[in-house]
Write a protein that binds this ligand. Sequence first.
Ligand SMILES: *Cc1c(COP(=O)(O)O)cnc(C)c1O
Length: 405
Amino acid sequence: MGKYKVSMSSPDITSYEIESVNKVLNTPILSIGAQIEGFEQSIAEYVNTQYAIGVNSGTAGLHLGIIASGAGNDDLVITTPFSFIASANCILYEGATPVFVDVDPDTGNISPDLISEALHDLNHSPDSAQRWLPRSIRSLSTGKKYAQKAILPVHAFGQPADMDNILKIAREYNLTVLEDACEALGSEYKGRKVGSFGDMSVFAFYPNKQITTGEGGMIVTNNKDWDTLFRSLRNQGRDIFDAWLCHNRLGYNYRMDEMSAALGSAQMKRIDELLSKREQVANWYNERLGCVDGIEIPRIVPNTTRMSWFVYVVRLSQDMDREKIMLLLEEDGIPSRPYFTPIHLQPFYAKNFGYQRGDFPVTEKLGAVSLALPFSSVLSEDHVDYVSRKIVQAVNKFKPLNCVK
Ligand SMILES: *Cc1c(COP(=O)(O)O)cnc(C)c1O
């Protein structure tokens, strides 16, 4: 923790997890064994999909989803700029181009109305398509038709994207839907768990996620052919029925090892406890910050019938200097993070695709006012109390400025 009195995030590991991993270390099988099968089964059952395929990161899972969608050079994938960078990078790995679509101001999730508008314009004429394409390929696109392959919504901060409307549009345009559910294990949209809506979905298990395997991810799908494909792609392109060292396609080493899988299985045994502890922590914050001038607590929309809390992100009122508030918190030993920094404004994307400030106003506004506070299932009520008191104090320092307007 260093200079901090509270950690930004923390895994929740008990002696049960430690024993589970130690047991594996006492066997000769540290990869491709019974542990990954067990972990895959527990996720498939929990999410209610037919297949689950363990991989060594959420990003690896998303990459394989893009491959399965068939998106490659000169293809477009519709996605959100308000996300962690992996959800757009995976599109670039295959040479396809992300078409960013701005988000809903309540949830920060991709707006179905804007997806409709984008697809209409992209298919209407080369001229109407221009404004949706990154500047770097606008001039090149005259006379050349880019094919749209997939929609990749992200359940930002754990809150489900508007899947019914996204699926409706996807059917209309015959597009694959890849759900980035990396922040949302356990969240429910209209009573049904996320991960079961798209053609495939991905969960991630980095140490700050709802459950962790250290590094790791899980693909879920109901498509039998894709299950076979993902198992081959994660294992150097080897089909399960192939002879040893016979490789049918370009594959990767995206395998999850047995220690990680054992850790994941042990965490899944505790999933209800882990999620309700996170919910408790979010409620403690809500109680303390719910009526504070200058701070807005997370908005949960009616379609979110269960929120699986990944992070706790408040919005500061626009006239507040977020940097100053972060510094004040830091002086009190409290870490906090701007969250998310819009993907299109990341130096790599701005430089290579020509994105500019103003391109996605809702995303940029959310990016400018959002502040993630320390959050995990092991955060105590005293810690939440401390962080809340300090952020209220920090925000109050700005009150006189508010009144000037
Ligand atoms: C965590 C996360 C990922 C994948 O993360 P890995 O570190 O590769 O496991 C992808 N998308 C989003 C939105 C995430 O939060």
